[in-house]
Design a protein around this ligand. Structure first.
Ligand code: SF4
Length: 389
């Protein structure tokens, strides 16, 4: 693994071009304020029931969802108070027809008017139908992530019959690349779609299909909502990584997203240099922690502490919620503070106190490990800790 171009390449994330201003970047990193990005769950339902989904199959009903105009007020208030860099509409399905889609389009529109990076993560089922609304609103997203879990037969098993064809209908529509600056296929790497012949077929399909192929590889986040048969082993991850390394120069971008518990051997994999850790990492203006792996191949680490400190999550009812609470069926019981209430400051201060508490809870055995900034002791499958305890 070579890291010689590391700082040059990562600087492109800030500036859009290669600039070797390492000292300047380091000073920017120190000054990153909390709450740099806003993640919005615009509704609480999804039309699919995917095998690997880490959100409950159904949330408990209840609660009055925000209207389009109320979402405008919420975005404006968060912008005035926090001036975040990024607004993302993700979680559940943001392009479902009717009120949900109208809200998504307006949230993106207002966010772009306020100068934010703005993007959507969608399962793609309704994307073709949504194109006209984006085109007529003159919206150009900064990124659009659309889920596919492999070749058609594998995607059908994980996401259901018909999903692949619906995504293909959008991909084949000339309007698609007019509504987004960057288009990513989002692929959740799990024990079912990680065999090398499956990944190789999918990668060949991507390279044949797209002039500029961009892939986001989400390494399965194995929480209580995800069947254990899908959880990845270290060997499965490393074989997939090896394949991605061999093809990354043919892609415009490949991002590998690693979550708490994604890989039991994260510590050892970082120690041996297969993934970057510690001083090889950089934090961008959205609060995201990055590492460079190889040409056009990067890793993004998401741990509970960083998600809590750098990201605000807003429920369909316009309330702030902690990252783990969206994984619960009764998430509404955990979301108590409305963004539009007078108690926003109080809630933000409470969140920062919880981040401090999380720092104090880190297992002392994690101290000094090169994986610490990537995981902050959050890897409940950590094989290193199991060996030591
Ligand atoms: S739990 Fe600790 S040792 Fe294990 S990967 Fe996380 S920071 Fe590293």
């Amino acid at each position: 693994m070579k890291y010689t171009n590391y700082f040059n390449i990562l600087s492109s994330i800030f500036s859009g071009k290669f600039t070797p201003k390492v000292e300047l970047m380091k000073s920017i990193i120190k000054d990153i304020k909390p709450f740099r990005s806003i993640s919005i769950m615009v509704n609480s339902v999804c039309n699919l029931n995917c095998w690997h989904c880490d959100i409950p199959e159904k949330y408990k009903p209840g609660g009055r969802m925000l209207s389009v105009n109320q979402w405008i007020e919420v975005i404006r208030k968060l912008d005035e108070r926090l001036n975040p860099a990024l607004v993302a509409v993700s979680a559940r399905e943001p392009l479902m027809p009717g009120a949900t889609r109208k809200k998504t389009v307006k949230i993106i529109q207002i966010s772009k008017e306020l100068g934010k990076i703005a993007g959507i993560v969608t399962n793609g089922t309704y994307l073709k139908n949504a194109l006209s609304e984006f085109v007529s609103s003159d919206i150009v997203l900064d990124y659009l992530d659309v889920s596919l879990e492999g070749p058609k037969a594998i995607d059908r098993k994980i996401r259901g019959r018909g999903h692949f064809d619906k995504v293909m209908a959008a991909i084949n529509d000339d309007r698609l690349m007019k509504i987004t600056d960057k288009f990513f296929i989002s692929f959740t790497l799990n024990a079912h779609n990680c065999p090398i012949h499956v990944m190789r077929e999918f990668i060949e399909w991507m390279l044949d299909t797209f002039d500029e192929a961009r892939l986001a590889v989400l390494v399965l986040y194995p929480n209580v909502n995800v069947p254990e048969e899908l959880w990845l082993t270290d060997e499965q991850f490393l074989r997939a990584l090896e394949l991605l390394l061999s093809v990354s120069h043919k892609f415009a971008d490949i991002f590998i997203d690693v979550f708490p518990g994604s890989i039991p051997g994260l510590r050892d994999i970082i120690e041996t240099g297969y993934l970057p850790g510690d001083d090889e990492l950089i934090r961008d203006k959205t609060g995201m922690l990055w590492g460079y792996i190889d040409e056009n191949l990067y890793v993004r680490y998401e741990n509970l502490r960083d998600l809590t400190r750098y990201q605000i999550r807003v429920t369909p009812e316009g309330k702030l919620i902690m990252p783990r609470d969206l994984e619960k069926e009764d998430y509404r019981c955990h979301a108590k503070f409305a963004v539009m209430s007078d108690r926003l400051e109080e809630m933000l201060n409470k969140v920062l106190k919880e981040v401090d508490a999380l720092d104090r809870q880190v297992n002392p055995l994690c101290a000094g490990q090169r994986c610490l900034p990537t995981c902050m002791g959050d890897n409940f499958r950590c094989s290193f800790l199991r060996r030591k305890q």
